[in-house]
Design a protein around this ligand. Structure first.
Ligand code: FES
Ligand code: FE
Length: 438
């Protein structure tokens, strides 16, 4: 029915029907209307630095190969042989000259071109056009090393898709000192499954300021950069910002010139961060402390930008199950001691064994479970916090609410974009409707 998803997601009332977290039909439509249309984060250039390097990633439920060609260009391709669908790459990462299908030996180049077919001359008479049978390639874009891809030729260009969030991504993938240095993925990808709907993770990552209570134990245990000496938001003002494209963020406004001491129990690490902050203040002046803390780029890429610096992608694998892929970042030229320290810190803070992730996963599983029951499903979830309190900010783009107003404006915006895409047969229809103010 036209508009059905907008009726399930009533952002004007701040009420969302629980079926969107549990219905297999909704899930199926999401695969077609969200995950085969949206720009999706697939990896970081530092994971494939040299020609022939590749990693596996996912777009929605499907496996993709991210590979760097001899011309240094990165291609994103469906990891499915065009002959009979076998995975042409079964290693998580590596370096290769070609992708060789183990089933019947079709061979593909680093850009997905079909370059070899077994007994091609004898078997295929007349010959078929191998140029037509390469791996399915996605459109790609990148921003400060982060690689994105979409299957949809009709999708707006990545810049338009990001909108004002482009600036957020620009600063998210910069080093702490705010300069042009490179950051790199620290170690490998952590992957694990959690029994919850992917949207619960995405909305949480977009800026759920209300759930800070869940992480009280982390602050008590001192597993944060201030190591138990006060919560970080005591010193920096939190500001929520969101955009019509469905992206949402929390910024910090750290007082100008205020000394920021992190990880003080380790003198080398602490001195390294202090110096980076000094450079940041010098370089960015009054904007130094206005920095995204975390957020979600619609639909499923969530990130933390300060400490920990990390990306979490919530790949759906069913209405009630999600595969989490998390990576951490560090300055490429940071001393080994800092890298080793951060590795240990990151693993204790997030990831499957990390304390904050444990807190969050418990909540997300119960929230998903709470949308399954026959009776429970009749009652919508409540997303009314901060309604009508949205404003503007002269330093932060988008629709803005200053914490401590416990606003749910970011989840409301994410679901509103979700419903728009779910209700539109293609991007053109969505953009036309938007123009008509529907
Ligand atoms: Fe790949 Fe047959 S499935 S060659
Ligand atoms: Fe959390």
């Amino acid at each position: 029915r036209p508009g059905i998803f907008r009726s399930l997601v009533d952002v004007k009332q701040g009420e969302i029907n629980r079926r969107i977290y549990s219905s297999p039909e909704v899930y199926k439509i999401e695969q077609q209307r969200i995950f085969s249309r949206a720009w999706l984060y697939v990896g970081h250039e530092s994971q494939v630095p040299n020609p022939g390097d590749f990693i596996l990633s996912k777009m929605g439920e499907e496996s993709v190969i991210v590979a760097r060609g001899n011309d240094h260009k990165v291609s994103v391709m469906l990891n499915s042989c065009r002959h009979r669908g076998m995975k042409v790459c079964r290693y998580d990462e590596g370096n290769t000259k070609r992708f060789y299908c183990p089933y019947h030996a079709w061979t593909y180049g680093l850009d997905g071109r079909l370059i070899g077919v077994q007994d091609y001359r004898e078997t295929y008479v007349p010959p078929f056009d191998r140029g037509e049978w390469g791996l399915v390639r996605a459109r790609t874009a990148s921003i400060r090393g982060a690689i994105w891809a979409t299957w949809d030729d009709g999708a707006p260009d990545f810049d338009v898709y990001l909108g004002e969030a482009k600036d957020v991504m620009e600063s998210a993938f910069r080093p702490v000192d705010g300069g042009d240095g490179e950051i790199e993925v620290l170690g490998g990808v952590q992957r694990w499954r959690v029994n919850c709907n992917w949207k619960i993770i995405a909305e949480n990552g977009s800026g759920d300021v209300l759930h800070a209570i869940s992480h009280a134990s982390v602050d008590m245990a001192g597993i944060n950069p201030s190591e138990g000496e006060g919560r970080r938001d005591d010193a920096g003002q939190f500001v929520l910002s969101t955009h019509p494209e469905g992206h949402g963020f929390i910024y910090t406004k750290w007082p100008v010139g205020k000394e920021r001491v992190e990880f003080r129990r380790d003198p080398v690490v602490s001195a390294w961060f202090t110096e980076k902050w000094r450079l940041r203040n010098e370089r960015l002046g009054s904007n130094a402390g206005v920095w995204p803390l975390l957020g979600t780029i619609f639909p499923n890429m969530s990130f933390h930008c300060q400490q920990p610096r990390s990306i979490l992608v919530s790949h759906p694998i069913g209405p009630e199950q999600t595969e989490m892929w998390r990576v951490y970042f560090v300055e490429k030229d940071a001393p080994e001691e800092v890298k080793q320290f951060l590795k240990r810190y990151y693993l204790s803070y997030s990831g499957p064994a990390g304390m904050t992730e444990q807190d969050d996963m418990e909540n997300w599983q119960y929230a998903t479970n709470g949308s399954l029951g026959t009776i429970a499903r009749r009652y919508p979830f409540h997303y009314k916090a901060g309604m009508g309190q949205e404003g503007r900010d002269d330093q932060i783009a988008g629709t803005v609410t200053e914490h401590p107003i416990g606003s749910e404006q970011n989840p409301r915006s994410l679901y509103s974009k979700w419903a728009e895409l779910m209700d539109s047969s293609d991007w053109d229809e969505l953009l036309d409707r938007r123009k008509a103010g529907e």
